[in-house]
Design a protein around this ligand. Structure first.
Ligand code: NAD
Length: 353
């Protein structure tokens, strides 16, 4: 197949991990007979410095012509000025909004060889493989709000329409069909009216997926169950802020922030794929970055936007094999274990592809 991909290396360790993503895409293209046309664009701090805008028009246009966007990371000390009128993260938010990306997918799984990096008993971690589907453009982060201003009052509002819940619920159920066929819908229906709408809508959507089991978990109970029985979850569907908090809680199961991929999807096949980590300015430019989050984001792009499931599975297996064979960047190495560079880790993955 032929696909056009916009790559946005961004700031800090971004260009270092993006270079490995490109190497992997080249290998997959030649191995499976695809043509991936890569266009590179600006986003974040480097875009502010070069184009005067964290999400330049040129990047927007390139994205509109692409089948998918791969983003590495944005931000850094240089742009950490709260008074500045543009900030690197603004570019990211503007891009998600521009492309109508309402569903954020964050898979989290455990790697037996990295169990010592996880502050949970190893027996609890066996078989943990969770996909968070977080609503990304509604709920408490986007409802009507009032800043405090000069007064003593401020508020945020959790507002959902049935349509907003329906479309993200469909994403969760479809994803579950390709997995262990279970959706746990997180809400706070015992207290919040918006969450009663959430629950009744999810129940209705579930009727279209008789092969998928649905249960409802209150958000506070979910926070606890994630630590007491993480392996029992398959797909977790959650409101914007609930999903933000719970997926961060669960991120520790993977052993390092550098291990985690994500996808942001809209109504069609187009998507934005990025590792969960930031630009890690403390290790930037030193070849120390763990490329796994970036490479697994490439696998998600192959699966969801390009519908190349076999290639996605092959890449995930190649990452697993490299880890199982002992490939370790500094963030996932045990004392005494040999540490390899970002590029060497990617080479180990390529060798298994
Ligand atoms: P961070 O994720 O950049 O780093 C947190 C810690 O994890 C650091 O010690 C870092 O060295 C380590 N780390 C992160 N990714 C790693 C990797 N791939 N391999 C090895 N170690 C890794 O978060 P932060 O320090 O809070 O933020 C740094 C900058 O990144 C800030 O400007 C922040 O706004 C931005 N940020 C961007 C994104 C994004 O682009 N989506 C997300 C979070 C933070």
């Amino acid at each position: 197949m032929k696909a056009t991909i916009l790559t946005l290396p961004g700031d800090g360790i971004g260009p270092e991990v993006m270079a490995q993503a490109q190497a992997v895409l080249e290998k997959i293209a030649s191995r499976y007979g695809h043509e991936f046309v890569l266009h590179e664009g600006l986003i974040g701090g480097i875009a502010i410095d070069t184009a005067g805008d964290s999400f330049p028009e040129e990047t927007r246009k390139l994205g509109e012509q692409a089948d998918a966007i791969l983003l590495a990371a944005v931000g850094g000390y240089k742009w950490d000025n709260p008074q500045a009128k543009d900030r690197p993260e603004r570019g990211l938010l503007a891009m998600r909004k521009h492309f109508g990306l309402f569903a954020n997918l964050r898979p989290v799984k455990t790697y037996p060889s990295l169990a010592q990096h996880v502050p949970l008993r190893p027996e609890l971690l066996q078989g943990v493989d969770i996909l968070f589907v977080r609503e990304l453009t509604g709920g408490l982060y986007f409802g009507p709000r009032q800043e405090m201003g000069e007064g003593d009052e401020a508020y945020d509002t959790m507002l959902y329409t049935r349509g907003e819940v329906e479309r993200v619920a469909h994403v969760a159920f479809r994803a579950a069909q390709g997995r262990r066929k279970k959706v746990s819908s997180v809400d706070k229906a015992n207290v919040l009216a918006s969450m009663r709408l959430w629950r009744s809508t999810v129940v209705k959507v579930a009727e279209d997926y008789p092969d998928v089991a649905l249960d409802h978990v209150l958000v506070d109970a979910c926070a606890m169950h994630l630590l007491t029985r993480p392996a029992s979850f398959d797909v977790i569907l959650a409101e914007n802020m609930f999903g933000d908090i719970l997926s961060d809680e669960a991120s520790v199961f993977a052993g390092s922030l550098g291990m985690l991929p994500s996808a942001s999807l809209g109504a069609g096949r187009f998507g934005l794929y990025e590792p969960v980590h930031g630009s890690a300015p403390d290790i930037a430019g030193q070849g120390k970055a763990n490329p796994v989050g970036m490479l697994l984001s490439v696998a998600m792009m192959l699966r969801y936007s390009l519908e190349l499931e076999a290639e996605a599975v092959a890449l995930e297996a190649a990452v697993d094999a490299a880890l199982a064979a002992g490939a370790r960047t500094g963030d996932i190495a045990r004392a005494g274990e040999a540490v390899i560079s970002t590029a060497e880790f990617a080479q180990a993955v390529l060798a298994n592809l």
